[in-house]
Design a protein. Sequence first.
Lengths: 381, 318
Amino acid sequence: MMSLLRIQAIVIKELIQLRRDRMTFGMVIMIPLVQLLLFAFAINTNIRHIPAGIVDQSQTALSRVLQQTVAATSMVNFTRHYHSLPQAQAAIDRGDVRAVLIIPKDVAQRLVRHTSIGFGLPPASDEETSRPIAQWLVDGADTAIASSIKSLRNMPLAELLDKPVNRNVPTFEVTLLYNPEQRSVVNTVPGLVAIILTMTMIMFTSAAIVRERERGNMELLITTPLASIELMIGKIFPYIFIGAIQVSIILGLGHFFFNVPINGSLWQLTFATLLFICASLVLGLVISTLAKNQLQSMQMTVFILLPSILLSGFMFPYEGMPEVAQYIAEGLPATHFIRLIRGVVLRDVAVVDMTFDMLWLMGFTLLGLMAAVLRFKKTLD
Amino acid sequence: MAELAIDANNLTHKFGSVTAVSSLNLQVEKQRIYGFLGPNGSGKTTAIRLFTGLLKPSAGTVNVLGCHLPKDTESLRRQIGYMTQKFSLYDDLTIKENMQFIARVYGLPPKEQKARLDELISIYQLEKLKKQLAGSLSGGQKQRLALACAVMHKPKLLFLDEPTSAVDPENRREFWEQLFDLCDQGITILVSTHYMDEAERCHKLAILDNGIKRADDSPAQLMADMPANVIEISTDNLRQLKQQLIALPEVVSASQIGAHLRVLINKSIVDPIAFLKHSRIMSSKAELNIVRASLEDVFVLSTSNKLMPASQVSKAQL
């Protein structure tokens, strides 16, 4: 028979302890605040201002206009000029620049014969007459930078000559829903909710039981009529509110500072978040019953946190990962929550319509709670 | 025979290959203060944990307040109070908050809670301290708080595991007065200690050593039944004399107390003074007197390997 009075006793005790523990209390507010500002600004998949060099073998007005046209895309910043190719190559080796644009001597001839200009109508497939007008040399180690420069390959050149563009009709028309301006924060901020909750929620409860044991309070608790399920529920309960506060901070700041839309209803958002908060807290409790001291519980938290950041779909799309990684990702609560919260916040989907992820989180919470209760024994042997 | 609060038969507990409590037979009558006297590591704490259901016995049976352990552990927990050896309340909660926590955990109805807290605060003189964090209290204050919390739910049986180890003599006296008050109200108390003066206050006493009960009776009876005489010797060169005396098979123990040597001699020697005088190691100037046995003598004798009196052996192994 569960007793509300005993659960209440634990909840009140936890709240008092939390209030006195300024470090933890500060973490509740500071972690979401600092991480939001850091990540929202820092994680950006639209790469701009790549430091680049130039080797201008042509030295004509045309080559300088070409340079300015490329610079105007703000994809690259031309910071250095080099006289020769070997010099430019050495600069890339040293890391002075990430890419070099080489404009050949015959840039003017190449340009007039270029298919996009359309002078004289040479056959487009004739490589003799139609060649690229200049070359990029890129430090291709970083795939993101490489693909940014690659996107310059088909840059329109009409501005170079006062001539109307010979419009290319694209093969496909692409309509971007939910984030038409392609701002990464829109995708990052909801995902950040999952990461920050994973970090703080698991950390709070993973220390919960171990700390009682380390400080010698466990000996007192186990001599009382307190049942382990009451202890577990009492330990989780205060942190549900703390999780809710953190989510409000992240999404609130994201909405007002970074203009992240919240398209779904707040009820759906609350529901999805509660599911995940409970799952994370329970995961922390399970860790707490496994760990022998607070250091161990911390290590195990990090062990969960890293894959949650890398595999959950927060940083890289789930679909792009190899199958094994996808299986691992399926085992992490954060993966399912990121699907739910992006669904609710960006696409206005109801949580119940994402049945699998919803049931997964519920099931995880129940099973985890059972595991924690069973693992926690009220004896000393 | 009076009603028993604790009835243990052949109770044994092993931690791996180490036997912490070995075939313990113990009968504690209700409304008594029962003492566990023994050195560190003698199995006092383990025995208490077995009686409270915190450990499951490896062998033997134990019945506490009519509850068979470990089966009825949960129902027993509402009837017992346990004060742990190490302070186990919350350092970062105030006295009042700690007491409220305990009251709620034991399910005291909110209406009774306040009255009970006020009562305990006044009995244990915590009025001025109630807003202080428990971590900042002195040893004596912590122990008063721990006792107040242990009796919060009016237990029938109270376990105190070395309650006074961090307490000064003044507070210890006070503490024992409170224990007798509790006993007077009908509570049975089992207290473990390694202080002789404390053990002497108990109604009944068991001496534990290496997990084995060496003796149990009232302190007075234990002293009266001691199978050795106590001789006090005053002379010069006590250190050397002590070494020579210990070498004799009839001498159970010799220890220096100030300017005397306190020597325990097997009771089989009818006239111990004559025996010592004729042993030739004693100088003629030495003064020898038979003195009254103390509890410490009983303790030394029962835990000594040199002499294990036949009567005690059979008693312990019953």
